[in-house]
Design a protein around this ligand. Sequence first.
Ligand code: CTP
Length: 394
Amino acid sequence: MSKKRSILLGVTGSIAAYKAAELAREFSRQGVEVRVMMTPAATRFVSPLTFEALLTIPVITDIFNNSTVGPIPHVSLSADVDAILIAPASADAIARIAHGLADDIVSCTTLAFDGPVLIAPAMHHKMYLNVATQANIAILRERGVTVIGPESGELASGGHGAGRLSPVETIIGCTLKTLGKSGDLACRTVVVTAGGTQEPIDPVRCITNRSSGKMGYAIAEACRDRGASVVLISAPTALPPPPGIQIHGVRTAQEMFEATQAAVQHAEVLIMAAAVADYRPATPAHQKIKKGDESLTIELERTVDILGSLQGELLRVGFAAESSDLERNARAKLSAKGLDLIVANDITATDAGFNSESNRVTIIDRDGAVERLPLLPKREVADRVLDRVVQLLS
Ligand code: CTP
């Protein structure tokens, strides 16, 4: 995973061209290097300067402009990118690419590229539904081009119907999945749990914990970027849903158990990063509990141990949040739950763990091998854990 993933974003003449700027920015946020090429028509809708200011890279608009990317722009532009994404793809751009025309920088570069190509059509619904456009899209699909959307809805050009550019997060998700196809988790299905469960006391109160879900979400994103199909089972968090990941929202430990049990039927790996409540109120009140002068006692009962009860042909990774005897306690959990790997962290550390962007963990595997990692961003911790998962799978 050391080489930075890169895409070449082709922007063509559609009113949705302004959304390409948001797309480019989001790719950068996701750690993907972006280059931009625009058709002359696209530059009428949005200025190349917008992308240059956002990404501080030159934008290529001219097939004969060789000053910034070398003598043959349509070849050098895509020389080392992992995919071309054309978003928005106008009816005209789709037709040109389907028929192998090469008289603008986007169609010419796409014709000279033999890697994965994705298009996100955006146009008036009558243009989209025209048999010519439908036939051109069918040709591209048949040649292995990934077609993202379009969505139905109100159109900027007037009317209502299919032709809206897919949402930025959908386009990002599809592209990241394509970029991950050659990753070391390609063709694997991984179930990841995240966040802290909430166990109701009454309709407005619950028992929960301080888990932010950041570690679990980072693992889910790292799995996606390494090519896995990811099912993220998430207790409530403040995090946005990661693009390209199937997400199931749950609240209680019991709901998480049921969702996880169903999801692992089709998975090879389960990574339980969620902070699952070990106890829940035995009889949650149906009405809001009113205060009184007396003290209040709430009886708690054990929840199901999700990781401990899901066995079988499944590589299982647990997390251990410890405040003392880190390695000894983590080893005990590894063996009690029959895990393949346990990731332990010291919750008393002030610079790591709950709600922090970084974590300092120790990974112990089923053979007892111990790897103590330094303080790292959660995304890097996720990749180090997945390096071990990949080793164990092979
Ligand atoms: N876990 C689970 N089901 C539960 C509780 C925890 O699957 N009901 C999972 C967690 O997601 C985590 C691992 O088990 O991966 C943690 O093990 P556990 O023994 O529950 O850890 P703690 O709750 O920290 O245990 P203790 O309070 O005894 O330290």
